[in-house]
Ligand binder design. Sequence first.
Ligand SMILES: [Mn+2]
Length: 432
Amino acid sequence: MDAVTTHNSTDFDALASLVACGLLHPQAKLVLPTRVNPNVKAFLSIHKDLFAFASAKEVTGATVENLFVVDTNQWKRIDKLSSLKGKVGRVHVWDHHGAETDMAPAFECEASVGACTTLLVEQLKEKGAVITPMQATLFLAGIYEDTGNLTFPSTTSRDAYAVAYLLEHNGELDVLENFLRPAYGPKQKDLLNEMIGKAQRIKVNGHAIAICQLELAGHAFGLSLVVHMARDILNVDAAFAIFTEPEQKRSIVIGRSGVDSIDVGAMMRVMGGGGHPSAGSAMLKDVDNPAGVQEWVLELLKDNRRSVVQIGDLMSFPVESFAPETTMEEAAQKLKDRGFSGMPVVDDGVLVGILSIRDVEKAKSGSQKKQPVKAFMARNIFTAPPDMSVPRAARLMVKYDIGRIPVVENGKLIGIFTRSDAMLYYYDLLPE
Ligand SMILES: [Mn+2]
């Protein structure tokens, strides 16, 4: 006999991997552990007829030739089938947790992907296996749950490709919505309460910081939402939570910042993760000493002031500009040649206005085209100092619907900060 099984406290990734592995080995019996997660239970209560599960007894009472173990690689995690230890012909393992296996497998597929399901979907794709819409939906649930809808730092491009493949096979996203845990449920509520209770308040560089260490049992959804809410409730400039999963020997750091001078994304990049200035996370494998991680976070916070990128670092210069006496005709030609939507007007180094394409279009008649730009330029202009933070400049560009901000220091125009400069920052394309 051949059998497939997975870990106790079965989540969607485990169930999906189990079913997918069953598709690869149709002769094998599928054994579900006794304890399954509540949302998986809810899913099974409706879909159970679609799967033919065998009892553990049926399998442990037989001679097992091949045992396929998915989403774990530990004997102690597979419930009743752990009694097969030392009695099976060959063990085959599919896992993504990165832990050392104690199952002495004849075959092992272990990769750093967000969901174990991804590995099996890749295999199904390679074999050209037929996947029904219902199966595709279950597999999507597995990947979405383990990757937090492809947002967890553990997510890889392979997970996203697998999702794309499953969508091609008519996986139903609206079904998922009903079964995947809501982002803020009882578990998140407990974590939030724990975080608020345990958080230490620390002053760093004049900022109020909350930081705490929490232990996670099993995968939890919505961790970033929890940290986000905690920052609001604790009313601090930035909040950090260090979640440790002792069983997986790893820690997840999640940060949220509400001030421009604390760039969480930059901090998390140093820790091997990533994110945006206001939100970021890092997954630390083989790290289960939260105190050490906390120290690291605090060190980075102290350094952060220096690492904050200012618009002066990203602005373009020297700036091409018009003199006030430039004719509208010349100006129109220059904007067209350069492909600019506007240019500053500078008088002896001092910014006096901005001429945009919109202004150029106003000069229709021949005599208007001969007039100087100072007659048409906008004089009421928004400028910024070079030490303004990028997020603040970006917010101002959105608020005032402007694509470029002249950067002015001591009354002189020293550069121009554009939307594309802001993009460099947000998409992490900054030169090292
Ligand atoms: Mn998993």
